[in-house]
Design a protein around this ligand. Structure first.
Ligand SMILES: C[S@@+](CC[C@H](N)C(=O)[O-])C[C@H]1O[C@@H](n2cnc3c(N)ncnc32)[C@H](O)[C@@H]1O
Length: 282
């Protein structure tokens, strides 16, 4: 049972401790809203997940999921993407499923005929678990490879970038690689999830994406006020280069629904969204 995080600083990142938390709810619900914003008649899509995780997680009796999925409660009137996520996570009538899905299975739930999914996961044990979680799904390839080295190819692509953010360098690499992936293919969309503990690293990431010249958008859901402390997850953001049309309205609805429910202090939450136009050279 995974109830608390090991104390050892050498312990590498393990998403089992975070599955279903407030950041995961925001990440997976916005991701579903984004995938749902595709035109019905659009071209087949290749989704490249650079940091896929285990795919499927057994939740403990307590854990971070209690601050996320565990707070959703009555889902009547929930926005479409959240209702879909709740169904995938076995949530409803105040209960949360025992086995929780990670982003690869969330993505698979939104794939259409002809779409492909490339999943990168560097940790051998997590990768073995991922292979078994996605076994039998059409169009899915699992690669035990470095997601930062994922190469774009022609065609319509979405990169989904969800690293552990274990160091300052990883924040910088996220910005550099996201901009490079967007620049390499004019039909690439790049989606980055980021945690908000302090304010400076998220702001630097968004500023770098904004300075790239590629059209973009970010949406942050703060579920704890900043004075709750720097070492807790005060919120999280999704930043997108070349966002699909219609995403902002869906995410605004989602944030308005989730904010009051996920707030750590009653009524104390914030949704921050901003977009910027392309300054791309032709
Ligand atoms: C935040 S978790 C992914 C969670 C997953 N996207 C989800 O939402 O369910 C980050 C994952 O990236 C893996 N990882 C770390 N560095 C990596 C790298 N360079 N390439 C691929 N995977 C990596 C970790 O082992 C971990 O499983």
């Amino acid at each position: 049972m995974l109830e608390s995080r090991p104390k050892s600083p050498e312990r590498s990142y393990d998403h089992r401790y975070h599955i279903g938390n407030a950041g995961d709810v925001w990440k997976h619900a916005v991701w579903l809203a984004l995938l749902g914003a595709r035109p019905q008649q659009g071209l087949p899509l290749t989704v490249v997940e650079t940091h896929a995780g285990r795919g499927l997680y057994q939740r403990g009796p307590t854990g971070e999921w209690m601050e996320g999925l565990g707070k959703l409660g009555d889902l009547s009137g929930a926005p479409e993407s959240l209702a879909k996520l709740a169904q995938l996570q076995g949530c409803g009538a105040g209960r949360v499923g025992e086995r929780l899905v990670g982003s690869p299975l969330v993505t698979i739930s939104a794939m259409r005929t002809g779409d492909a999914l490339l999943l990168h996961e560097l940790d051998p044990e997590a990768c073995a678990s991922l292979r078994s979680a996605v076994r039998g799904a059409d169009g899915v390839t699992v690669l035990e490879q470095d997601g930062w080295a994922a190469a774009p190819s022609p065609g319509k692509h979405i990169f989904f970038v969800d690293p552990p953010f274990a160091s300052r360098e990883e924040w910088q690499l996220t910005a550099t690689r996201a901009i490079a992936w967007a620049a390499s293919n004019p039909r690439s969309t790049v989606v980055v999830w980021y945690p908000i503990k302090g304010a400076s690293r998220p702001a630097a990431l968004v500023n770098a994406l904004r300075a790239s010249g590629v059209a973009g958008w970010f949406g942050e859901l703060w579920t704890a006020p900043y004075d709750e402390g720097r070492n807790r997850l005060n919120g999280s953001g999704m930043a997108v280069l070349r966002p699909p049309a219609g995403l902002e309205a869906a995410v605004a609805e989602l944030g308005g629904w989730l904010g009051p429910r996920l707030a750590v202090r009653d009524g104390d939450w914030q949704l921050k969204m901003a977009g910027w136009k392309a300054k791309e050279r032709s």
